[in-house]
Design a protein around this ligand. Structure first.
Ligand SMILES: Cc1cc2nc3c(=O)[nH]c(=O)nc-3n(C[C@H](O)[C@H](O)[C@H](O)COP(=O)(O)OP(=O)(O)OC[C@H]3O[C@@H](n4cnc5c(N)ncnc54)[C@H](O)[C@@H]3O)c2cc1C
Length: 406
């Protein structure tokens, strides 16, 4: 793996990407493949974990296939997921993952596995990726247009970088979004609390999603023989319960939502501490403006209850990269239109599921809507005209990155 140090940061790039995980590293990779000079910075340590379970849906796997990265993922030993079982109370509805769209299995790589694959691919394409470096300020020209940024490294050194576009891929609490004053255009009303941990010695075949009134749970097989097991509950209940200990609320909710899974944990081993996530209501922010754009959770965050954020980040990385490479503001506006058209239904369904105000029949209906959404998402990706594999021109050639208003 090649690394890049802070001292190698140059003064000028076509694109500066802030955040180098699934949204940022994928965007940097695609822009570099299109021939742009790209710097991606992330304040986190390279290869570090982040708060997230990590089930990919079909659209996410489709992207890894289209980008020529699926073999790298398989080589990590991340197991193929060939079924998903939805448990509504005592009723279990199993579904096979049908081979289609170039995908014969789903995968749930830990973020310590997926994010480095994307970072390596970005570097292989020619992007410079620097960790331990954070966006401090954006730099604006006389017209107010964003023309670059100030990057601060861990030792407090600051570098001023000029870029034709600054892309915020810095997560739900995006500093980039704050600095460019990106308005929130749609807001969710609900938020789940989630507690999860990784277990070894648990035999689980495929994804399992559990629903009972007021609670939910899931089991997600991942690499190294581990299974991620999460418990989800309304945010206020988690906040009330946390003073009693994360472990107690985790076990209580699992016993309610998935009694058999809870019992099976008795003979399994928890790898590290349980991770609580207290929940954030979803939002969709304006995705672009003069000299800036947002991608991934920075622009559009939905509750993790539908396990779809990574998949959407990989989808939108390509929609945005294509817009940036084509170099017009009209293309950026089209990026937002495509993102929104592909996301609004999922956003609303997710918010409804996160309310926990459903009964099991309604939950089934919401999941049918979700399945319809996922099918159109895959259709959208399949309709993108050029396959983005190394060695082929992935994005419109002659990328100018000199924005005009047409
Ligand atoms: C509890 C939980 C469970 C989830 N489960 C799933 C799931 O099963 N499946 C799924 O698809 N999605 C899931 N998600 C959603 C998923 O984690 C996100 O959608 C995804 O991480 C978004 O990726 P991103 O690259 O946009 O942002 P992030 O992964 O948040 O990465 C942003 C990066 O930006 C960096 N950064 C922040 N500020 C700065 C700065 N100022 N300068 C430089 N760098 C900065 C951060 O250090 C970070 O590395 C879950 C989320 C949560 C919270």
């Amino acid at each position: 793996m090649t690394t890049s140090s802070h001292s190698s940061i140059r003064r000028e790039y076509d694109a500066l990407v802030v955040g180098a995980r699934c949204a940022g590293a994928a965007t940097a990779m695609l822009l570099a493949r299109a021939g742009l000079r790209v710097l991606a910075v992330d304040r986190d340590r390279e290869g570090s974990d982040t708060i997230s379970t990590h089930a990919l849906m079909r659209g996410g796997v489709v992207q890894l296939v289209r980008w020529g990265l699926i073999d790298r993922l398989r080589a990590t030993g991340t197991p193929a997921v060939r079924s998903a079982t939805f448990h509504y109370g005592d009723e279990a509805l199993p579904f096979a993952v049908k081979p289609r769209d170039g995908v014969d299995a789903l995968y749930a790589p830990r973020r310590t596995v997926l994010d480095p694959i994307l970072v390596d691919a970005a570097r292989a394409a020619g992007a410079q990726v620097v960790h331990g470096a954070a966006l401090a300020e954006v730099v604006r020209g006389a017209s107010g247009r964003v023309e670059g940024a100030v990057i601060e490294t861990l030792d407090g050194a600051r570098a001023r970088v000029a870029a034709r576009i600054v892309i915020g891929a810095d997560g739900a609490r995006s500093r980039a979004a704050r600095l460019v004053s990106a308005p929130t255009e749609r807001a969710g009303r609900h938020a789940c609390g989630v507690v999860y941990g990784h277990w070894s010695g648990l035999e689980v075949e495929g994804y399992h999603w559990y629903y009972r009134p007021g609670v939910s749970a899931g089991a997600i097989p991942t690499g190294d023989g581990r299974t991620c097991v999460f418990a989800a509950l309304p945010r206020p209940r988690l906040l009330d319960a946390l003073p009693g200990g994360v472990d107690a609320v985790y076990r209580e909710v699992l016993a309610e939502a998935a009694p058999e899974l809870a019992a099976a944990l008795g003979s399994a081993r928890l790898d590290a501490r349980l991770q609580p996530f207290p929940g954030i209501p979803g939002f969709m922010r304006r995705a672009w403006g003069p000299g800036w754009a947002l991608v991934g959770d920075a622009g559009y965050f939905k509750d993790p209850i539908t396990a779809h954020g990574i998949t959407d980040a990989l989808r939108d990385a390509e929609l945005l990269a294509r817009a940036v490479a084509s170099g017009t503001e009209a293309a950026l506006a089209a990026y937002q239109a495509a993102r929104d058209a592909a996301s609004v239904e999922l956003f609303e369904v997710t918010d409804r599921i996160a309310s926990f105000e459903w009964d099991l029949e309604e939950a089934k209906g919401l999941h049918r809507l979700l399945a319809r959404h996922m099918a159109s998402e895959v259709e959208l990706l399949g309709a993108l005209d050029v396959v983005c594999v190394p060695g082929q021109p992935p994005l419109p050639s002659g990328a100018s990155c000199g924005y005009s208003s047409s």
